[in-house]
Ligand binder design. Structure first.
Ligand SMILES: NC(=O)c1ccc[n+]([C@@H]2O[C@H](COP(=O)([O-])OP(=O)(O)OC[C@H]3O[C@@H](n4cnc5c(N)ncnc54)[C@H](OP(=O)(O)O)[C@@H]3O)[C@@H](O)[C@H]2O)c1
Length: 262
């Protein structure tokens, strides 16, 4: 995986709050001076980012494919140098399957956390393939969760979205290897952010969460080193215990399949 210091132009989704905003701000300060584009729904927050030299592009990722395609086309036309994407936009909702479950809310959560990510990546890959063929280092960086490894029953669908995204990220990494497009995964533990505001649990969780600065520093170190998986806190422990052992078996079993694919 290339270092984030190799990136010349980076899109960070979910840049209007929490982890995405902190990463966009830190990336914008790198000595390599990449162009950073931040996206999210809240225009006032995007305007604030512009004061730090981050270009805002408003986007609701819970959109139809045509809208996401137009966003990607516009992004690439305006930024032919775009070589890195960090997909931070996400939401988390609680569901109790012994009570009434809002299936629209289940769909929304899957759409924001999984389908919109897959759709955006799908539309961006042809651009990255062309750029990587010229020798440029291209990176796709997803954001999963410690809860992709061990679910938390209070937020069952959220955990499923992140488990799906983790699995997809592994396969995507294998599929894009021969195109020289690098795929990395950030695996956060519970981190200080606005993620839990929607369910009113922020105050309670703030007693346990990792401070955002500490998490951001860890992630930036990992991204600078070019780590393929960047995890912190209990996400790192769980990842190393349960996910890392899969990697050798995954590599063996996919090798033959990938030869057929290419
Ligand atoms: N904080 C944690 O404990 C934790 C743990 C594990 C994983 N994560 C993951 O880390 C990522 C960042 O979360 P966070 O904790 O930083 O949460 P956050 O502070 O709530 O930020 C979420 C970001 O996602 C954006 N977003 C949400 N819905 C969107 C939509 N429909 N369209 C476009 N953007 C949307 C928000 O922007 P707008 O509202 O302006 O659209 C905001 O910028 C998420 O993928 C989350 O699942 C977080």
């Amino acid at each position: 995986m290339p270092s984030i210091l190799d990136s010349k132009c980076i899109l960070v989704t979910g840049a209007t709050a929490g982890i995405g905003r902190a990463l966009a701000l830190e990336i914008a300060k790198l000595p390599s001076k990449p162009k950073v584009i931040g996206s999210g729904r809240r225009q006032d927050r995007l305007d604030q980012l512009s004061e730090a030299g981050i270009e805002g592009m408003q986007l609701d990722v819970n959109a139809d494919r045509e809208t996401l395609k137009k966003f990607v086309d516009n992004l690439v036309n305006k930024n032919p140098d775009l070589d890195t994407i960090v997909l931070c936009a996400g939401i988390q909702r609680q569901f109790n399957f012994q009570k009434e479950v809002d299936l629209d809310a289940i769909s929304l959560e899957f759409n924001v956390n999984y389908f919109s990510v897959v759709t955006t990546i799908t539309y961006l890959i042809p651009h990255f393939v062309r750029l990587a063929a010229t020798g440029r280092k291209c990176s796709i960086i997803t954001v999963t969760s410690a809860l992709s490894v061990i679910p938390m029953p209070l937020v069952p669908n959220y955990c499923a979205t992140k488990a799906a995204l983790h699995s997809y990220t592994m396969s995507l990494r294998a599929q894009l290897q021969s195109a020289n497009i690098h795929v990395a995964e950030i695996v956060p533990p519970l981190v200080e952010s606005e993620l839990h505001d929607a369910e009113g649990t922020t105050e309670r969780l703030s007693k346990f969460w990792m401070p955002l600065d500490e998490f951001t520093n860890t992630v930036m170190e990992g991204l600078k080193k070019g780590d393929t998986v960047v995890a912190a806190g209990n996400a790192k422990t769980h990842y190393e215990q349960f996910e890392q052992p899969k990697e050798a078996i995954f590599a063996q079993t996919t090798k033959a399949l990938l030869q057929n694919l290419n």
